[in-house]
Design a protein around this ligand. Structure first.
Ligand code: FE2
Length: 289
């Protein structure tokens, strides 16, 4: 799938932009299915806002259980002071996560393709397991910032193997909060680990452990914007610092991501994402249509 130049550019920069990787019909089908999932979903009493901002790391049970289910998470700014939604539910959801690729047939078809497996193999992930999926809405006006982070902080393996496959379902622009990346930043070491305390103590929650206090690049100046049309796939090295700003525009910025790990790597029990024993991870192309 990839040319030697593309593989070289991925190794050098830590990311690779592949325009026209997905056909517009497939983007439209995924978008429509995501909206259906939100329509059918009923929020529980305790609402779940999602953020990667350290001090407000999600600690609730729904988040910690979401590795093996399909759940909707609200935007932080979705609620007014009265606790009521400021806008309709379909415009209030930050993202859907984290196992649609195994539980929803539309997402499963989109994810388990031989083309994706080939790209993964080309960059060295010959035994890619699909670990986690997210559909990110980046809603108009209230789509929240995702602070600069490295995915290996949240999905750690020994050795580090997590690789992100990010699909633009709608055009991603400077105005609607496109992805930004720090070229070469994947070679500067992993800064933090996001650990689940339930594996270590009686109380289940999460904690951040610092491995290296060197700050991550500061947005936006230390990163480059990846403005891409719908249908583009961006491959992200698990140690690449990346960021996306808030969306204050009138246009949503839908994206779908799949995070894969190597089947040969060790997956610690303290990772926040744990799958039920009856939901083993599957190889990328094994369910290909
Ligand atoms: Fe990320």
């Amino acid at each position: 799938m990839l040319s030697p130049e593309q593989i070289e550019s991925f190794r050098r920069d830590g990311f690779l932009v592949l325009e026209e990787f997905v056909e517009s019909d497939a983007c439209a089908a995924l978008r429509a299915r995501a909206i259906e999932i939100v329509d059918d979903w009923q929020p529980s009493e305790t609402r779940t806002a999602f953020t990667t901002i350290e001090d407000e790391s999600p600690r609730n049970a729904e988040f910690l259980a979401s590795g093996g289910i399909v759940w909707c998470f609200f935007e932080e700014e979705a609620f007014g002071p009265d606790g009521q939604l400021r806008q309709p539910k379909e415009l209030s959801i930050n993202k859907i996560g984290h196992a649609m690729h195994d539980l929803d047939p539309v997402f499963e078809r989109f994810t388990y393709t031989s083309r994706l497996a080939e790209v993964a193999a080309d960059i060295g992930l010959v035994d890619a397991l699909a670990l986690q999926s997210m559909y990110i809405f980046k809603q108009p006006s209230i789509g929240g910032e995702v602070t600069c982070h490295q995915d290996a902080t949240f999905l750690y393996t020994e050795p580090i193997s997590v690789t992100g496959f990010w699909f633009a379902i709608e055009d991603a622009t400077l105005e609607n909060g496109c992805l930004w990346a720090a070229p070469g930043g994947h070679r500067t070491g992993l800064r933090q680990l996001f650990k689940r305390t339930g594996a270590m103590t009686d109380e289940d929650g999460t904690v951040i452990e610092t491995l290296d206090p060197t700050p991550l690049p500061t947005p936006p100046d230390d990163l480059v914007p990846l403005e891409v049309p719908a249908g583009t796939m961006v491959v992200l090295d698990g140690q690449l610092p990346h960021w996306s700003g808030a969306n204050r525009s009138a246009h949503s910025r839908h994206a779908y991501t799949v995070h894969c790990i190597s089947a040969a790597a060790d997956y610690p029990a303290w990772n926040w994402l744990q799958r039920p024993a009856d939901m083993p991870l599957r190889r990328l192309a094994t369910v290909a249509a």
